[in-house]
Every structure is written in structure tokens, then in C-alpha cells.
Design a protein around this ligand. Sequence first.
Ligand code: PEP
Ligand code: MN
Length: 271
Amino acid sequence: MIIENELILSKRDNHPQDTVVRIGNTAIGDGGFTVIAGPCTVDDRETLLLTAEKVKEAGARILRGGAFKPRTSPYAFSGLREKGIKFLASARALTGLPVVSEITDVSQLESFESIDVLQIGARNMQNYELLRALGKIKKPVLLKRGFANTVSELLYSAEYILAGGNPNVILCERGIRTFETETRFTLDLCAVPILKEMTHLPVIIDPSHAAGKSDFVAPFAAAAKAIGADGLIIEVHISPECAKCDGAQALTPEQFALLMKRLDGIPKFEK
Ligand code: PEP
Ligand code: MN
């Protein structure tokens, strides 16, 4: 029987216990607070390796880095592509940190062999062929909420991956578009308790893309833990002023280390 407009596999009613997504020797959704950190893009090998070592030292459990970047302007730096993926594999080997990177097309799947978590960016949240393709593999998927999408639309997108047979989905709130322009997007913190009630899937927050400005990243991150998120994905760069993408919202390794210490003192909200 075909049931239309029904959330089945993502719904908490049908799966009361929390889903724990295991990534290497770490996990998201196990009751802890897992921090993913690294540069927006892989700019070059050395910058990535240095940043990776720094974020590991500060307590990040997973490294992030974009190699295929969807950019608003076709003239903007759009990533090192396959070369960037190779550098991420080197950073993984050097630090032992698992790696997350954004995949923008099904044809890239083979090149992402060495990537532990496949990120679907906000702009691709409703790229249904990509969602279907990632449903056919078992690798964890970090699914970002589109900036003009409701939480229920986010769950329908997750449902595509689950329905294909891949249960390893992590949801990510990264800010939505509102009339407010002081931040790059408006961080919808309300999405965390709402999603926790609706679904068993883990939910993390990306304070960097919501803020657009590094000064706001720490308070947004603190609020994410206090409202019950399962973790964060944060942009960190060894020299934000030289970053090829999103430098204004990147924390320095020192700012990131300080934030990690402050987060230790904030209890995670538990229902
Ligand atoms: C990113 O993580 O660098 C990114 C492009 O995020 P988003 O898809 O949320 O804009
Ligand atoms: Mn970015």
C-alpha cells in the first residue's frame, strides 16, 4: 500500500528510542554533545592540517571541510573538489578524526569513499535524487535544513534517506531566512525541542552560518546546548582573514578552544 504525505520512519511515535549515529569511535545522539569543527572550505593542504590538529586539541570529535562548494555566485571559489577530498583524507590520517564534507551530486559518490559523513547542504535539502542515492548506502548523512524550509519539510527529506534503507541521519538547523538582516540567517533554536518531540533522529546546530559573524557564534552555540541539541558544527580557520570562504564567521582556534571550555560548564537540556 502506498501511503502519501506520511512520515513513517522518522517519526518518534513509531520509534520511541533515540537514534544514535556512530561515526568512527564517536557518536551523535548518544546523550552527549558532539562537536564537529573545521574550515568552511579546504583552502590548501597545510591550512587544513594545521586547523585539524588545533580543533582536535580543543576537543572536536569530527573534522569538517568543504571540497565541493555550492556558491551563490558562479565566479566565487567553489572548492578544490577531488583534491580537497584527498587533503581531508590526509587530515583524517594525521589526526584520527572522522571527516564530514558536503556532496552536491550523485556522481561524486565514488570520490567520497574516504569521507565518513556525507553532508547535504541547505541548498540541496530537497534534491530528491541525491537524497534517494544516499538512502541506498549506509554512511551517515548530515542533512541541513534549507533556509526556506519548515521542520516538517526537513523531516520529509530525512524520510527519503530512511526509506531507502539508511538509518544514519543527523538533522542540522543552520538558520532560516526571516525579515531580520543583522545576522546572516535567523537561528531557529525552537527547531530543536520541536524536532526532538517529532523525531528520534539526532539534531545538531550550525551557529556559524546562522550568525555570519564570528562574534555571535559562541552565544548561539551555548544556547544550542542549553536547548538540548546533540552537538554543533562550527567553522574554524587558522587565519580567518585569509579564508577562501566564510572567513567572517570563522572562529580562530583560540576562540574555538575558549568556547569548548565554556560549553563544558553548560548543562545540555534533557527532557
Ligand atoms: C557549509 O556548511 O559550509 C554550508 C555551505 O552550509 P549550508 O548548506 O548550511 O549553507
Ligand atoms: Mn561555510
